[in-house]
Design a protein around this ligand. Structure first.
Ligand SMILES: Cc1cc2nc3c(=O)[nH]c(=O)nc-3n(C[C@H](O)[C@H](O)[C@H](O)COP(=O)(O)OP(=O)(O)OC[C@H]3O[C@@H](n4cnc5c(N)ncnc54)[C@H](O)[C@@H]3O)c2cc1C
Length: 496
């Protein structure tokens, strides 16, 4: 990043904060931006450190993406005699996925997000560039794609998730895709990134999305009436705000080109709300209305006719059936109907699932995700196994923001386990954050966590004394200039 530009932006942030009566140091602290603040020489950082310990044991971390490398770095800094191995097949596993929305809308280029794993591998940590293919937690062993059998005392599972494009009829040829896998990207690009159909969920796909978006905007500018479609998947998915960001960024590019009146933009979700936190739902509803984006609920994406540019949905609802004399209420009958929606531009977020080798193993659950105590992140059956990040069966966010809180909990509790402690003191509270891009130059920073009274619900958890449901330019600066260095130099070194 250009240092002069960074300085200029920080000065602007300072001016804005001064107006609000907050110092930058306090703002960074409040937002948990210790790493970024430290990097900028403010000295305001509170460095993450699990308790320093002389505990010994062979630790295997499966998956060296954001969560795996951050956990390894913090453990390596906290243990006197660390013995840590990371199993990670991908040489670019630490690339910055949150930047893919910005690549897909032409704000960044792909090169701004792609990084070498080797440059971020913590000192003293052994990296085996292979995949775990079989888990035997009763023997504390894992088999690798290269035929090795690795014995461990403690294991951390951080494999992330798999994009299930093949789960949509018409996209079977794309099949399963890992966000940063080059071979998967080559396979996906045969169908995605052309003919109006695109997806920012893999790095190459993000670059192609920008090309497709430009073609869409150009068609609208030429006077053609065009339709843009933005469906959300029916499964849990990483970065729950991504489709809202994409519809807003497409809207911004159309407005910029003076072509907005020629485009219909439709956001379609399988859910019943735009966000689980009522304040954020209300704000997003207002933002979509202001931007002329239509919203459709309870529609499950089933199929895409790639050649004819038509997406097919199952609309679902319930109707009153027969009166039940025993329960003294009407039985509810599930109804469905097929709805076809033609498009000129469709930004796709695929259904998502746990990697097969996890789902099919004793450490996976029936739904695939690794079952852990959602506060301590310890496996429900194997006390020497922990899981975090996208693969963990934890309600709410599958985001880097959640992982930033979780890796400190895992490091602390793993060390306590190694020391033979029965009580695991560190607790994850469900915190996650979605910097929801609402326009080019505006972001609503939706921070939230579990409701302590009812963990199935979410409540707003702002770390900044400003109304969190407002779109702000300061958060755009945070998203575009600060979050990446904070992730790379703070989180991936286990410091923030
Ligand atoms: C388009 C997009 C936008 C996003 N925007 C945001 C955002 O704005 N804010 C935010 O906080 N988050 C965002 N995220 C989400 C964030 O990137 C993820 O939540 C985060 O990367 C999860 O970290 P992880 O370590 O669990 O998984 P990953 O970082 O994906 O790493 C998992 C690693 O495990 C490896 N692996 C898989 N299987 C195996 C195996 N069997 N053996 C060994 N290794 C294996 C993979 O190769 C991979 O490198 C976004 C993601 C996308 C795709």
């Amino acid at each position: 990043m250009d240092k002069g530009l960074l300085k200029e932006n920080l000065e602007q942030i300072d001016a804005y904060l001064k107006q609000e009566g907050i110092s930058r140091r306090d703002a960074m602290k409040m937002m948990g931006l210790g790493g970024a603040a430290m990097m900028m020489g403010s000295g305001a950082a509170t460095e993450a450190k699990a308790s320093s310990s002389s505990a010994k044991g062979k630790i295997l971390i499966v998956g060296g993406g954001l969560s795996g490398v951050a956990t390894a770095a913090l453990l390596a800094r906290s243990l006197d005699n660390p013995d840590i191995t990371i199993l990670e097949p991908n040489p670019k596993s630490v690339s910055y996925q949150p930047g893919q929305t910005l690549v897909g809308s032409g704000v960044w280029s792909k090169e701004d997000t792609v990084y070498e794993t080797a440059d971020f591998m913590p000192d003293g940590v052994k990296w085996i560039q292979e995949k775990a293919v079989e888990f035997n937690p009763d023997n504390n062993t894992v088999k690798t794609s290269g035929g090795k059998e690795i014995k461990y005392d403690y294991m951390v599972v951080a494999t992330g998730l798999v994009l299930d494009y093949g789960g949509i009829a018409g996209l079977e040829e794309v099949g399963d895709v890992y966000s940063l896998d080059a071979a998967d990207a080559a396979k996906a690009k045969k169908i995605l990134g052309k003919n109006g159909l695109c997806s920012i969920y893999f790095a190459e796909g993000a670059a192609d999305t920008w090309t497709q978006m430009q073609e869409f905007v150009a068609a609208a500018k030429s006077g053609k009436k065009v339709k843009g479609l933005f469906p959300e998947p029916h499964t849990a998915f990483k970065c729950g705000g991504a489709q809202k960001k994409m519809v807003n960024l497409t809207n911004a590019r159309l407005v910029e080109a003076g072509a907005r009146d020629n485009a219909e933009l439709s956001f379609v979700t399988n859910g019943k709300k735009l966000f689980g936190v009522p304040e954020y739902h209300d704000s997003i509803t207002r933002q979509m209305k202001e931007r002329g984006v239509s919203t459709t609920f309870s529609h499950k994406l089933k199929a895409i006719d790639v050649a004819n540019k038509v997406a097919s949905f199952e609309k679902h609802w319930e109707e009153k059936g027969e009166w039940d004399n025993v329960l003294e209420e009407f039985a509810m009958v599930k109804k469905t109907e097929n709805i076809d929606m033609p498009y000129d531009f469709c930004h796709l977020i695929p259904p998502q699932k746990a990697p097969k080798e996890i789902a099919d193993s004793p450490i996976g659950s029936d739904k695939g995700w690794v079952p852990v105590n959602k506060e301590t992140l310890q496996h429900v059956k194997y006390p020497n196994v922990f899981a975090l990040g996208d693969v963990a069966a934890i309600p709410l966010g599958k985001t880097g923001g959640s992982a930033r809180k979780q890796y400190k909990v895992v490091a602390e509790n793993l060390i306590a386990t190694m020391e033979g402690k029965k009580e695991l003191a560190a607790k994850y509270d469900g915190y996650t954050v979605c910097p929801l891009i609402t326009d080019i130059g505006k972001v609503m920073l939706a921070e939230f966590k579990w409701d302590p009274k009812d963990n199935s619900k979410a409540i707003a958890a702002p770390s900044f004394p400003l109304d969190p449901a407002q779109e702000r330019w300061i958060y755009w600066l945070l998203k575009v200039y600060l979050l990446k260095p904070m992730t790379q130099y703070g989180m991936l070194s286990g410091r923030a």
